[in-house]
Write a protein that binds this ligand. Structure first.
Ligand code: ATP
Ligand code: MG
Ligand code: FE
Length: 354
């Protein structure tokens, strides 16, 4: 089967077609970063309008790119939550309209499940696997037992990791999105020059906390600035390196705890560990997590960089996984959900959504 996937939950309009034999036949991502940059963050109203004006063209272009007609597609999937409700409505209404007109099923995809299952599009990863989901809005450790079957082991008690990157970048004048900018700046930095606090590190469990870190970055930056209030490039690079090192140590520590918990639940044998979400594009963090996972005897998996941040293929693929798991699926009655946690996903796998 072939599934067309639509992503409009935030500031990317993205469309892709994937097949059950794991091919991305075509995909396209339109970023709205420039439309929002003068406001210093994503403006929901502007995002929704941009999705409206781009989506139809993008779907046509992706179909043309795959040399396919809509009649060749078996199901239409769209991100139905969590996210900005205006954008979600655009994607969901478009997908439902195409589904109704062509008499194909509509599949409601949880954006987080899109991130969670992407690694299975590129690697052969069997359930159960341990997942670290690190993105702009989330930082969670989950045991994944199957499509729609998630148990949460830990989560952030305040900021998400991507959010911490973005706030740190903003504070240091590095622009948006902050993740790639901080990673780049850190390459020239000395991670040992500044010691930043590592919250929860000496505590048991798998929860995270990052809000104190951004405050510490701000205080350290304030202590370094010259009379004009400016940081040298070296100060900035050292701060980025210290920030990233702190994040790496915290993620690695919590992953260690989660592996112990997961082993008890999932039993012996080789278990996979997957890191996903926009922050999983970070090479330093990937390497550190890989070391922890492999040291503990787990296999390490991360999507290719372009499939870490928001894209259409992850939504099409999660839709495909849902279609394969329950061939008579149709979520046409399901409405967009601004909040939609992955772990207490009450949506039954088979049948008409809720
Ligand atoms: P969510 O998936 O939680 O709803 P989102 O969809 O907005 O949030 P993603 O697209 O998954 O988030 O990820 C974007 C986030 O990833 C941003 O916060 C961005 O700074 C961060 N990010 C992207 N590339 C990197 C990188 N190389 N290093 C660190 N962070 C990164
Ligand atoms: Mg985005
Ligand atoms: Fe995302």
């Amino acid at each position: 089967p072939f599934v067309l996937g639509i992503e409009t939950s935030c500031d990317e309009t993205a469309v892709a077609i994937v097949s059950a034999d794991k091919h991305i036949l075509a995909h396209s991502v339109l970023s709205q970063i420039e439309d929002h940059s003068e406001y210093g963050g994503v403006v929901p109203e502007i995002a929704a309008r941009q999705h409206i004006s781009s989506l139809d063209h993008l779907i046509k272009a992706v179909l043309a790119d795959a040399s396919m007609q809509i009649s060749d597609i078996d199901a239409i999937a769209a991100t139905t939550g969590p996210g900005l409700v205006g954008g979600l409505m655009v994607g969901v209404m478009t997908a439902k309209a195409i589904a109704s007109a062509t008499k194909k099923p509509f599949i409601a995809v949880n954006h987080l499940e899109g991130h969670a299952l992407t690694a299975r599009l590129v690697d052969n990863i069997a359930f159960p696997f341990l997942l670290l989901l690190v993105s702009g809005g989330h930082c969670q450790l989950l045991a994944v037992y199957g499509v729609g079957q998630y148990t949460r082991l830990g989560t952030t008690i305040d900021d998400a990791v991507g959010e911490a990157y973005d706030k740190t970048a903003k504070l240091l004048g590095l622009g948006y999105p902050g993740g790639p900018a901080v990673e780049q700046a850190a390459l020239q930095g000395d991670a040992k020059r500044f010691q930043l606090p590592k919250p929860l590190l000496d505590k048991p469990g798998c929860d995270f906390s990052f809000s104190g870190l951004k405050t510490a970055v701000r205080r350290t930056a304030e202590a370094c600035v010259d009379k004009e209030g400016l940081l040298t490039l070296q100060d900035r690079a050292d701060l980025c390196a210290a920030f990233q090192e702190t994040v790496a140590v915290c993620l690695a520590n919590r992953l260690g705890h989660a592996i112990e918990k997961f082993r008890k639940k999932a039993g012996p044998g080789t278990l996979p560990f997957v890191v996903a979400g926009g922050v999983a594009a970070n090479k330093v963090l990937r390497a550190r997590l890989q070391a922890v996972a492999e040291e503990a005897g787990l296999t390490f998996h991360a999507p290719p960089l372009a499939l870490c941040t928001d894209n259409g293929a992850m939504i099409a693929w999660a839709g495909l996984e849902r279609l394969v798991a329950s061939p008579d699926i149709n979520d046409i009655d399901m409405a967009p959900r601004a909040r939609w946690p992955l772990d207490n996903d009450a949506k039954p796998l088979v049948g008409k959504g809720k």
